[in-house]
Design a protein around this ligand. Structure first.
Ligand SMILES: [Zn+2]
Length: 286
């Protein structure tokens, strides 16, 4: 397959209610649907006026909903390796392509005899049964991703959970995201670079986005960190004292890489960093 006129050759088209704006795709975001079929996904998407570019059935049959140079409403509140200007309502929606695979995720219940694989979900701090992705579905997603990477200046393939961290664990632990990201020809290697700057000289990297969670490592003033994304959480954790009303809020906590390995090492409180990619008006509240 290849891409002609911003559509993957040979895919059937589906029209969604949501209409986007012009964009240059720089990020590919992978999702699961929580539904079994594309028909059910379309009903849910239209009810909420949301949309992905690509929807893939479990047997690998894929549909395209719009040209890749039109944005789609798929990541919601989100940020990824931003250089500057992250606001309360930041989203990677404009400038990204969304692929959604038909998969129930962990919507199986917790019984030991439930289908799927029993795996720990760090976001919910519990064991959950995750639906296995069939080979045909994975192969179809990979082919389309390769076409997208060959056509657009995409610098990373990420999961929805990477860009909206501490939200839905999406596409979940059974999908090989790294295998897709490794196909990126010109990756943006690291996130926003800054250093530790704390009154007591140290900064603890934590497992979760709160100061009571498990300490993973202690950094010292001057140590370099790279911010991958800033985490979302409940209203009480919002940076801003009066953030308005949303389902989730931008927190003080950032997912960081601490050894330039381009991997999540844990979370740090951005108050103790020399600089952040936050919009200056927002950074003032740290
Ligand atoms: Zn998603």
């Amino acid at each position: 397959m290849s891409i002609t006129g911003n559509f993957v050759d040979g895919l059937a088209k589906i029209k969604l209610k949501h209409v986007g704006v012009n964009q240059t795709p720089r990020l590919l975001v992978i999702h699961y649907s929580v539904t079994d079929t594309v028909a059910a996904a379309v009903t849910a998407l239209d009810a909420a006026t949301l949309g992905y570019h690509i929807l893939i059935e479990k047997d690998g049959t894929a549909f395209q909903t719009r040209r890749f140079t039109e944005s789609a409403a798929h990541p919601g509140l989100s940020n990824w390796k931003s250089d500057s200007g992250v606001t309360l309502g930041a989203s990677v929606s404009r400038g990204s392509i969304g692929i959604c695979m038909m998969n129930k995720g962990f919507a199986f219940g917790g019984s030991p005899s439930a289908p799927g694989k029993l795996i720990y979900n760090p976001n919910d701090a519990s064991m959950q049964h995750w639906e296995v992705y069939p080979d045909k579905l994975v192969a179809s997603c990979r082919r389309i991703a390769q076409d997208i990477l060959a056509t657009y200046p995409v610098t990373a393939v990420v999961g929805h959970h990477d860009v909206a961290i501490m939200g839905k664990f999406d596409p979940g632990p059974l999908f090989d995201l790294k295998g897709l990201d490794d196909l990126t020809p010109n990756p943006k290697p690291l996130g926003f670079r800054t250093t530790v700057n704390s009154p007591d000289g140290t900064l603890t990297v934590r497992e979760e986005t709160n100061s009571g969670s498990k300490a993973l490592k202690v950094l010292h003033n001057g140590d370099v960190v790279h911010i991958r994304s800033i985490a979302y959480g409940p209203k009480a954790d919002c940076i801003h004292p009066s953030p308005g009303s949303r389902k989730r809020y931008l927190t003080r906590w950032a997912s960081v890489d601490i050894d330039a390995s381009n991997t999540h090492a844990g979370f740090v409180n951005m108050k103790f960093l020399a600089s952040t990619p936050l919009d200056p008006g927002l950074a003032a509240f740290l």
